[in-house]
Each structure stands twice: as C-alpha cells, then as structure tokens.
Ligand binder design. Structure first.
Ligand SMILES: [Zn+2]
Length: 427
C-alpha cells in the first residue's frame, strides 16, 4: 500500500474537467487514485510535496510510439523516406533483446521526465514490459505482427503469451500490435482482428501513413488502407489507427460507425514528409476519439508531448487556414483525456476517483505572465517537457527533482544506459 500524497498549494491545477482550473489548490492522492482536489487540508500520515511554485496537470498519454527506437535517434535524418527506412532496418536487424530493453528504458525515462504517464508502444513487447516495470510507467504493448518476423502462427502465439502474462497487470496493458497492411497478409489481419475481439483488448495499427501504402494496396488488393483493415475485421471500437493522413472521408465514416480511435502524429508526419492531411476538426465533429503520439524518436526526434501538442495545434491551424481549427485546449484534450479514454483508463482528469496519474510543471519564468485564463496556451505554446519537475503514476512518485522511484538520479541512469548502448551498438 502506497502512502497517501498531498500535493500542497499548487499555483494552478488544470483539471481538464470542462475547462475548470483551480487556483491555489491542493490535490490529495490515495490508493492510486485522486481522492480530493481544491482548498483542502492534508491528513495525518500524508507525504507532502510543496507545489507553490508549480502547476499540476493530468499526466499525458503518448498514444503512438516505439520507445526503444531512441536507439536510432538521429540516424540518417533528413533522407528520403525509402532510404531512411532501409537504414532503420539495417540497424534493427542487429538489435539484441538487451539493447531493446535498454532502448525502451531510455524512451520511458524521457517520457516520465517530460510528464507522460502512459504510452501505446509497438516494439519488442517483453523487453519493453521489463523496462516499463523498472521505470513505473503505464504501457500498452504487444509483440508486433510483421510477416517477415516469422510465421503468423508463431507471432500470434507470442501475442497470446504476452496477453496471458499481463492480463491482470496494473500498469502493463496487453494489446494486439498489427504493424500495418503492407507488412501482413490477409490471414494475419483477420487473425489479429479476431484475437483483439475475443480478448476484448485494443488493436493498434499504422494506417494510411503514406500515399504509397494506400495506392500500392489499391493496386495489389483493390482496396484503400483503412478499407483493407475494415474488410479483414480490424476496425472496431477498440481499434487504434495511427497516422491516417491519406485516409478518405468515406473511410472516416466507417471508422465513426465502428467507433474506432485515431492517433495524430504531427511531428513524425512532417519530419518524414509523408504528406496527406489529418483532418482533426472534421474527425472531432464526427465524434471520433483522437489521441496524440510522438511516433518514434527516430522520426521525431523527441518523445516530449509538450512539443507534440504545439506541433498539432500549429499544423492544424496552418492546414485549415484557420487559427480556430485546433485550440490549445484541443491539443491538451488529445494528450490527456482522449489518450486515457482510448485505452479505457479512468484518467486524464483531476477529479476524485480518477487514476492518480499527474505531472507537476514548474512555473518557469518563460511561462510568465501565467494566469488561469492563459494556462492552457502557456502549456501548449510556451512550455517544454524539461519544465516538468515531477511525475506521478498510480499514486506513486516515479520522478521528482531528478530522482526515480528507486532513488537513482534520472540523468545518471540515462547516461549509464546511453554509454552501454554506445559501446555495444556501433552504427
Ligand atoms: Zn509508428
């Protein structure tokens, strides 16, 4: 049982409950959940954290990422997509389970350092789960289904093993990771869809990311990408479709009918120059749930969700020629409330009964002047992840003032891992 925590006297608390912002308020956490928030007093036995120079916000969910690809950060940057992808695959062929575990840990450390409390990951799931347990982050993952990684049956049996092992885990959330339509045949897609429905777990997939994927599939199989997934039973209410820049409006109607979720990855799409258009405002009007993801540190090159929120709001305004197309509040909603809803978690809002997944953001001078009426824009347009001072997951402090849950320094642990990786992975 964790000690109750009393986050005392925060300058501002962003509840994400209909835009309500509390001033000079405290938040009490007990049994992994938020018990109270507002002008409240501490109770006997509470661990007190002074937040008088901080703002408290719900922890963010990185809804599409490949944490271990921190190992490939900066590799062949700015190259055309095909050449960039082939340099990724060349290095990935040489990754050992140990390197994948270390890479995942580095990714998760970067996330908790910048206020992310949960992620939807796609990469060496067993290694990532070990790393996530060490760091304390919530992570949804599953062994990726990619046909050249072995037969469909072999990959599915790994997927089932992961589900069995983590089905009742508090922080590891098993899902079916179907890599994409272009790395899987129809049989694999059908089986992936069946597994996620049978187990009632999410199905996470890259979809309509590039023009080549969409029109290549239409040439070979006669269907667009989202249409292909749907015809194989992979689009349903627990499906999580990342990218979608090249999906057509009638395919989005299918998504709406099925109740599937979308994930926007603005930085990755721009850096890789994949083109297309993720129509945030239209999808929101259709009632489709939209999360926000960094994608990997190879295509971003950061896992900082503050940067992602800014990129999303700016990209949408630019593409719609309209500054109201995505507000700061929209970016925050995608990063907090929607990310939790996509995973079926009770979180993303600072309200009693919600998971105690929070970030404590230092009021840096570069956020000033800061008031309740400009807090959301300060967080989206001015803040950076390094302003996060503390991250709490399930009522446990996993990061505070450079200390990790086991007392180690985050900076030291990160450089220890980076040094080890450098010596064993010569690129
Ligand atoms: Zn991806």
């Amino acid at each position: 049982m964790k000690e109750p925590i009393f986050l005392k006297n925060a300058r501002l608390v962003l509840t994400m409950d209909g835009g309500r912002i509390l001033e000079n308020a405290s938040v009490r956490l007990e049994d992994g959940q938020i018990s109270r928030a507002g002008e409240i007093e501490r109770e006997r036995g509470d661990e007190v954290i002074d937040c008088s120079s901080s703002v408290i916000i719900p922890g963010m969910v990185n809804s599409h990422t490949h944490a271990a690809m921190v190992l490939l950060r900066g590799l062949n940057d700015d190259a055309p997509l095909e050449s960039w992808l082939s340099s990724m695959w060349k290095v990935e062929e040489r990754l050992t389970p140990d390197l994948e575990r270390m890479g995942a840990e580095m990714g998760f450390l970067e996330m908790i350092r910048t206020g992310t409390t949960a992620c939807i990951d796609m990469y060496g799931a067993f290694e990532a789960a070990e790393a996530a347990e060490r760091v304390g982050i919530r992570m949804a993952n599953g062994p990726p289904l990619i046909s050249n990684f072995g037969s469909t049956e072999e990959r599915l049996s790994q997927a089932r093993k992961f589900i069995e092992r983590y089905r009742h885990d508090e922080r590891i959330i098993p899902l079916v990771n179907l890599h994409s339509i272009y790395t899987n045949d129809e049989e694999a897609m059908i089986k992936a869809g069946e597994l996620s429905r049978k187990e009632d777990i999410p199905l996470h997939v890259h979809c309509s990311e590039t023009r080549k994927e969409v029109f290549g599939n239409r040439r070979e199989r006669g269907k667009l990408a989202l249409e292909e997934l749907d015809s194989n039973g992979c689009v349903w209410e627990r499906s999580i479709l990342a990218h979608l820049g090249w999906a057509s409006s009638w395919e989005f109607n299918t998504m709406r009918e099925r109740g599937a979720s979308a994930v926007h990855c603005p930085n990755s799409n721009q850096k890789l120059g994949t083109g297309g258009f993720f129509p945030y405002r239209d999808l929101k009007r259709m009632g489709i749930r939209i999360g926000l993801g960094t994608d990997s540190a190879a295509s971003n090159n950061s896992l900082d969700m503050f940067r992602e929120m800014k990129a999303m709001a700016l990209l949408q305004k630019g593409q719609y020629w309209d500054p109201t197309a995505a507000l700061a509040e929209d970016a925050l909603l995608c990063a907090t409330v929607n990310g939790n809803d996509i995973l079926g978690l009770r979180g993303g809002r600072i309200l009693p009964g919600m998971n105690a997944d929070l970030a404590i953001v230092e009021v840096d001078p570069m956020l000033m002047p800061l008031r309740s009426d400009n807090l959301m824009s300060a967080l989206v347009y001015s803040a950076v992840g390094q302003m996060v001072r503390g991250t709490i997951i399930g009522g446990e402090i996993v990061y505070l003032d450079d200390r990790l849950r086991n007392g180690e320094s985050l900076k030291e642990r990160y450089s220890e891992l980076a040094t080890e990786v450098d010596s064993s992975l010569v690129i």
